[in-house]
Design a protein around this ligand. Sequence first.
Ligand SMILES: NC(=O)c1ccc[n+]([C@@H]2O[C@H](COP(=O)([O-])OP(=O)(O)OC[C@H]3O[C@@H](n4cnc5c(N)ncnc54)[C@H](OP(=O)(O)O)[C@@H]3O)[C@@H](O)[C@H]2O)c1
Length: 367
Amino acid sequence: MNSFAFIIHPLDPKRDVARKYPLLGKLLPEAAIHFLSRFWPPLKISHVTGARSEATGETIEGWLIAVPYTAQRMLHLPTKEVYRKIVAAGHLAEALGADILGLGAYTSVVGDAGITIARELEIPVTTGDSYTAALAVQAGCQAARWMELSLDKGIVAVVGATGAIGGVVAQMMAPRCRRLLLVGRRRERLEAVAERVRAHGSAQVRTTTEIAAIREADLIFTVTSSGGNLLRSEYLRPGVVVCDVSRPRDVSEHLARERDDVLVIDGGLVRVPGEVDFGFDYGPPPQLTFGCVAETMALTFEHRFEDYTVGRDLRLEQVQEIDRMAAKHGFRLAALRSFEREVDMATIQRVKKRARELLRRSAGGTL
Ligand SMILES: NC(=O)c1ccc[n+]([C@@H]2O[C@H](COP(=O)([O-])OP(=O)(O)OC[C@H]3O[C@@H](n4cnc5c(N)ncnc54)[C@H](OP(=O)(O)O)[C@@H]3O)[C@@H](O)[C@H]2O)c1
């Protein structure tokens, strides 16, 4: 049977450690988890079974493997040390017999985004960023439609536009909006991304290193490696849709709850074809998964055992190809979610009503 392995790691240290070791998660303070994560070896977390292609009827299997670094640890440790543990996890995947390895969350962000790791391993590697980008755009556009935002007259912001996912999301959004705002930390790199984006669409493209500028946006994609909680309440205008792809998240749950006039959605989850059992609660509800996991699984169904998405220069053609491939095998965008809970029409109506009230009041000078 063809198979894959996928690397996960703790994002919310206490919650995620408790998923595997309930007692340790309860007893250890967060600082101790960050510290100890450096010394914990990679480990097999679960056996994934039951995924079946709608196109070929083929069943695949897989393994979730944990690299026990927290995101914060990966951001601050020497890159070589982080690579060593990811490569060790890759060797574990090889020993299990996996045909391809997917890099989850920060293991795909660290250093050169998978290039060095792919070079060190026998099996091919993908970050899953191509399909993640495709799903983020689908989810963001669907949420904008539900909120009745006319993107062809509106402003879309991409925070982290200099990154792998951000750059290609910007390319995909350019033909769909009137103005595109690219936000990053490095001006030169932002200009290079803007050049490429201009070639892909008719939107006016502006770059900025001032994140507060997203206050003018109708739809925001946030795809950074900031380490979490980057977006502040004052950056969000009433009625805005924020598609938060970043893990750890750029929008805190507290902020989303406080701002009942904005819609914050998760970056796009997919339904896996067949009766998949991931054998472990790593975040998404049963039967659903993240784009990066789905990309690894779709490549396995397709027998495309090659380094697929590695590095930061994602190609639009490749994003479109993996989107087609995943659709062919039966992966489907799941219902929109916000902090892993399904968003229903009643919520959308409430957000719209609240945003209208605030806008009316501010126009009347009471805000
Ligand atoms: N939801 C999912 O299924 C899924 C799947 C894969 C990845 N992800 C997440 O998506 C995010 C992006 O991944 P990626 O592969 O595109 O990473 P990446 O290539 O490293 O890009 C991240 C970008 O964020 C920028 N950034 C960091 N801090 C910032 C700040 N304070 N303000 C503005 N920009 C900032 C970085 O800028 P510099 O270039 O200046 O450092 C970089 O360009 C990560 O959080 C990752 O965990 C989610």
